[in-house]
Design a protein around this ligand. Structure first.
Ligand code: KIV
Ligand code: ZN
Length: 399
């Protein structure tokens, strides 16, 4: 039994493999490619998240990318380091060369299988694509035990054609079969059905791990990935902050926290150190020059901020009234209670206590009216505004 088969058989069924592709599919989408130094810095950060596999580049695409993959393979330890290669001999040889010094490596090779891609992009038949796939997988296996094969545009590939390709790829030695929704077209029901069909119809399907790779063109990348996981896929390909081609890829932090928060529903786990999530998100946003929207789930500035008085009152009484994740779980010290004219008395009294004022020092009803007047004028009220109001009151009392 080769080492990879041992690993597959040792992978518990309740464990989801997290395959990060921030530095490959994510980087591909940036206005400017990352420098080698930036990629190495991010590779170390992503390794700290404890992803299982990290796809770090497409070595044949440029000499710089080749060197970047080589450098990461040489220096980053922990996750398995993966490189991308088309189903083309030179791509695979370059990829294998770049990965040589990795402790654990994976070659990820792919070819399109959908009628649209076969006809217009590759100008070949499915049979020809199958021949290329088999040759490439066998070649990759000469360099590496761990070979992943992707049917590009799988979600728009007729299911019979997909079964035909997947069967051949497993037979040729691919140990992970990835079914990308390359253009973000599918829906959760359709995607789950595709996984079920493959599991029912491909005889050797249990020799491979089924993987999902979803793009977010219809905003469904995370939902599609989770539907596929429920249908039996066990690897999710994703990126930090969901960066990637067009509308992006499935977001790593969202799937990690869904798995973590909804154990009751999925009964699954991942190896992600969730406390590293926000820190890594900030690094990716900054280095990639891709700011995160404020209302982005898990990592947006507002993800743990409460504004309405009713919510603030609830959270002060018991956090789980309006928080399904503790901020500390993703590496944030505390939630944020914004002070606006929607805030209530309770949060003002609480904030004044935090600032060191005792209840005897002010009249809450009077102070709250002053706060509301200010909030209506100013919009956001900060701690230093509260201090100024307090100070004015003290001066008036002294007069
Ligand atoms: O979206 C896609 O199909 C890809 C493949 C290369 C895996 O990124
Ligand atoms: Zn992709």
């Amino acid at each position: 039994m080769d080492t990879h088969t041992e690993k597959l058989e040792g992978t518990p069924q309740d464990r989801v493999i997290i395959f990060d592709t921030t530095l490959r599919d994510g980087e591909q989408a940036l206005r400017a490619s990352l420098s080698r130094r930036a990629k190495l810095e991010l590779a170390h950060a992503i390794a700290r998240l404890n992803v299982d596999v990290m796809e770090v580049g497409f070595p044949v695409s440029s000499p710089e990318d080749f060197m970047s993959v080589q450098e990461i393979a040489n220096q980053v330890r922990g996750p398995r380091i993966c490189g991308l290669a088309r189903a083309v001999e030179n791509d695979i040889i370059q990829c294998a060369n770049a990965l040589k010094s990795a402790e654990q490596s994976r070659i990820h090779t792919f070819i399109a299988t959908s009628p649209i891609h076969l006809k217009h992009k590759l100008r070949m038949s499915l049979e020809q694509a199958k021949t290329s796939a088999i040759g490439s997988i066998k070649l990759a296996r000469q360099y590496c035990d761990d070979v992943e094969f992707s049917c590009e545009d799988a979600a728009r590939t007729p299911i019979d054609d997909l079964c035909f390709m997947v069967d051949a790829a497993i037979e040729a030695g691919a140990r992970t079969i990835n079914l990308p929704d390359t253009v973000g077209y599918t829906t959760p029901q359709e995607y789950a059905f595709m996984i079920e069909q493959l599991r029912n119809r491909v005889p050797n399907i249990n020799k491979a791990i089924l993987s999902v790779h979803c793009h977010n063109d219809l905003g469904l990348a995370v939902a599609n990935s989770m539907a596929a996981i429920q249908a039996g896929a066990r690897q999710i390909e994703c990126t930090v902050n969901g960066i990637g081609e067009r509308a992006g890829n499935c977001s790593l932090e969202e799937v990690a926290m869904i798995i973590n928060t909804r154990k009751d529903l999925y009964n699954l786990s991942s190896g992600i150190k969730t406390q590293e999530i926000v820190r890594t998100s900030h690094q990716v946003a900054q280095i990639c020059n891709m700011p995160v929207q404020a209302n982005k789930a898990i990592v947006g500035d507002n993800a743990f901020a409460h504004s309405s008085g009713i919510h603030q009152d609830g959270v002060l009484k018991a956090e789980n009234t309006y928080e399904i994740i503790k901020p500390s779980q993703v590496g944030i010290k505390a939630n944020e209670l914004n002070l606006t004219s929607r805030s209530g008395r309770h949060v003002i009294a609480h904030r004044l206590t935090t600032l060191g004022y005792s209840e005897q020092e002010y009249d809450l009803d009077q102070f709250y009216q002053q706060f509301l007047n200010l909030a209506d004028k100013k919009g956001a009220v900060y701690d230093y505004d509260l201090e100024a109001l307090m100070y004015n009151n003290l001066l008036e009392q002294a007069d």
